[in-house]
Design a protein around this ligand. Structure first.
Ligand code: HEM
Length: 128
């Protein structure tokens, strides 16, 4: 039990799939995010499921299919400012609430995701 990865502790594949689907439902509706994402989020969600699985200590599904994540490099072609960073984190936080993500792990995982999100910022917001 003590040696469980966060991935296992929070409920494994079933939880990650629920989280990703609740998350992209919000992304699709968010005025600061929807415009930079593709209309069809199926493939995006599939890759994010793979990524979050390995991010939380589960099997390295993302790397197996796509190689090293190089997340910042892969995000450079999208304009991501502090506004998008905040929006991403708020969608993730709400998705966690919606699916009743494990309360013992929620804050720690959100904090790590927020560090990654901050690292993706590649633009300065206009008017701020
Ligand atoms: C892909 C936006 C943060 C993980 C993408 C795509 C966009 C995007 C527009 C491309 C979607 C597509 O073409 O299918 C953003 C914005 C962020 C953010 C606005 C706010 C800071 C993050 C964070 C993570 C992440 C924090 C990881 C925890 C990914 C992954 C992909 C992706 C794994 C797929 C990359 C690939 O094509 O293989 N993101 N992202 N993103 N994002 Fe983000």
């Amino acid at each position: 039990y003590q040696n469980q990865s966060p991935y296992e502790a929070v409920g494994g594949a079933e939880t990650i799939e629920k989280l990703v689907s609740a998350f992209y439902a919000r992304v699709a509706e968010h005025p600061d995010l929807a415009p930079i994402f593709p209309d069809d989020l199926t493939e995006t969600a599939r890759k994010q499921t793979q990524f979050l699985t390995q991010f939380l200590g589960g099997p390295p599904l993302y790397t197996e299919e796509h190689g090293h994540p190089r997340l910042r490099a892969r995000h450079l072609r999208f304009p991501i400012g502090p506004k998008q960073e905040r929006a991403w984190i708020s969608c993730m936080k709400e998705a966690m609430e919606e699916i009743e993500f494990n309360k013992d792990w929620r804050d720690a995982i959100l904090q790590r995701l927020a560090l990654t999100a901050h690292h993706m910022v590649n633009q300065i917001d206009e008017n701020s």
